[in-house]
Write a protein that binds this ligand. Structure first.
Ligand code: NAD
Length: 203
């Protein structure tokens, strides 16, 4: 996520949800940066640096950070404490898998999905594209996930931006072009796998 969050590095940003998961799973009131670091295989210095970027909480020596303060600061930083309705465009295999995933943090809610294939539309949660403009605008939706085929993605992206979408999570294998005020994240499983295989030295 660029824009509002561009004051911190992307690497830090990626670590924040991981910190949140650990903080939420502990039953203790306080937690040390060393404990978080150990769980994530990071250095304690890295963890403290990341936390200082998003939180004013200061860890106390031998006690650590107040868990509830850190949770609240990270959630606020990531805007997770506000309800977020999201749409999915392209209700195929990946789109439906994302719709069925229940592990998104907090109030993130995939409200609708859209598809050009009427057979996939139930008109409850999955609608034909011809309802897209109306439902996005009526429901004040600002976040979209793109899971359409590659050749459809840029056209769909342009349409979403024209409807007021401000953040896009793109799974289509193309780097979408968006205006500078739009936050975009391109997801590429094959790139992640390539990194993994490269680390293992598998050619
Ligand atoms: P799929 O064929 O199962 O689903 C695509 C869906 O998009 C279909 O239901 C189709 O009817 C719909 N569609 C086509 N044009 C549309 C349009 N203009 N508006 C709305 N809906 C439209 O494909 P899939 O396996 O779910 O993959 C979806 C996309 O995600 C593809 O671009 C694929 O390459 C990509 N993908 C990316 C990753 C990744 O690592 N990022 C992994 C898997 C798939």
């Amino acid at each position: 996520m660029e824009n509002k969050l561009n004051s911190i590095s992307l690497a830090t940003l990626h670590r924040l949800p991981k910190y949140l998961r650990i903080l939420k799973s502990t039953t203790d009131d306080t937690i040390s940066s060393t404990k978080i670091a150990e769980e994530l295989n990071l250095s304690a210095i890295q963890v403290r640096k990341d936390l200082a970027t998003v939180s004013k909480s200061e860890g106390k020596p031998k006690i650590g950070f107040e868990v509830k303060d850190l949770i609240s600061d990270i959630e606020e930083y990531l805007n997770l404490n506000k309800s977020k309705d999201i749409i999915v465009v392209g209700a195929g295999r990946l789109g439906q898998a994302l719709m069925n995933y229940t592990g998104f943090e907090n109030d993130v809610n995939i409200k609708f999905a859209f598809d050009v294939d009427r057979k996939k539309c139930d008109n409850k949660k999955i609608f034909h594209n011809d309802r897209l403009d109306e439902l996005v605008m009526k429901n004040n939706i600002h976040v979209a996930i793109i899971t359409v085929p590659r050749d459809e993605a840029q056209k769909m992206c342009d349409n979403l931006v024209s409807l007021g979408i401000k953040a896009i999570w793109n799974f289509a294998p193309v780097n979408l072009k968006v205006p500078s005020d739009i936050t975009i994240r391109n997801e590429d499983l094959s790139a992640s796998l390539a990194v993994l295989l490269n680390r293992l030295n598998i050619k």
